[in-house]
Design a protein around this ligand. Structure first.
Ligand SMILES: C[S@@+](CC[C@H](N)C(=O)[O-])C[C@H]1O[C@@H](n2cnc3c(N)ncnc32)[C@H](O)[C@@H]1O
Length: 252
């Protein structure tokens, strides 16, 4: 999927808001070797290194566009690799992922596979949006179901692989994890108006729809989506109640 870091970072402050909450779930240990799975532009990987001095971190992402920004941050303790996180190899003291695993399918399999890549005493710390039932997402599916988009997409709509929050706790327990923490948290963002919601989804959730549509339908899709958002959120400002799952666990 083609990412646009500039569009994504229009809401940097709001998108990075859960970072500190996630970092606080990690028990720092000296000399940790860790991976930031789906590191994007690498900004948060660099911030993670500041919070875990003496560590050695690898930022891994499949998007060349996002990683193009990351390379400037690389250094002796921080490197980046263009790689699909599903092919992760080796053993790690820390597997960290911020707003990325919602793009990877089959969490029932993915989470145990990641957990198995931890060293003894290694930690997994994950944050991902759980916002699929919000109107911003539902409206995308609705527009995708209307003509002529339905035909152009051959009926395709995106379904989120994110599981109910308690399922992550259960999966981690089945893996033999200890210090299991799993929670759903609402991050409330005050945005200017309905168009700001469109700008938000344009940087993320809308991307797979646009990339599947022929060029001549892309702007029409965006316009129809804008119309629906303006109808639903006529007020200014708009409060965006954004749900996210955070979980962490340790391999004994
Ligand atoms: C919403 S961005 C988050 C980036 C960064 N972690 C942050 O919080 O700013 C999601 C990132 O996950 C990456 N991603 C999605 N699926 C991936 C996969 N299978 N392997 C590696 N990276 C992936 C995307 O390329 C994208 O950069």
């Amino acid at each position: 999927m083609a990412w646009d870091p500039q569009q994504y970072l229009k809401f940097r402050e709001q998108r990075f808001a859960p970072f500190e909450d996630l970092v606080s779930l990690i028990q720092p240990r000296p000399g940790m070797r860790g991976v930031d799975l789906g590191c994007g532009t690498g900004e948060l990987t660099a911030r993670l290194l500041e919070r875990l001095p003496g560590s050695q971190l690898l930022g891994m992402d499949s998007s060349a566009e996002m990683l193009a920004r990351a390379s400037a941050l690389a250094g002796p303790q921080l490197s980046f690799a263009k790689q699909d996180l599903r092919g992760l190899e080796g053993e790690w003291d820390l597997l960290f992922s911020h707003a990325a695993l919602q793009w990877v399918d089959e969490h029932e399999r993915l989470i145990p596979e990641l957990f198995a890549r931890l060293t003894w005493g290694g930690q997994l710390a994950v944050q991902m949006p759980a916002n699929d039932d919000h109107y911003t997402h539902a409206a995308l599916r609705e527009v995708a179901g209307e003509a002529p988009f339905r035909e152009a997409l051959a009926g395709w709509v995106r379904t989120s692989p994110v599981l109910p929050v308690e399922r992550y706790a259960e999966l981690l327990f089945s893996c033999g994890a200890e210090h299991i923490h799993a929670r759903l948290q609402v991050y409330g963002h005050v945005l200017e108006d309905a168009d700001a919601l469109l700008e938000w989804t344009r940087g993320t959730t809308m991307l797979p729809y646009i990339e599947r549509l022929p060029a001549e339908l892309q702007e029409r899709f965006v316009s129809r989506y804008r119309e629906k958002l303006r109808e639903r959120f006529p007020q200014r400002p708009v409060f965006y109640a954004f749900k996210r799952i955070l979980f962490a666990a340790t391999r004994p």
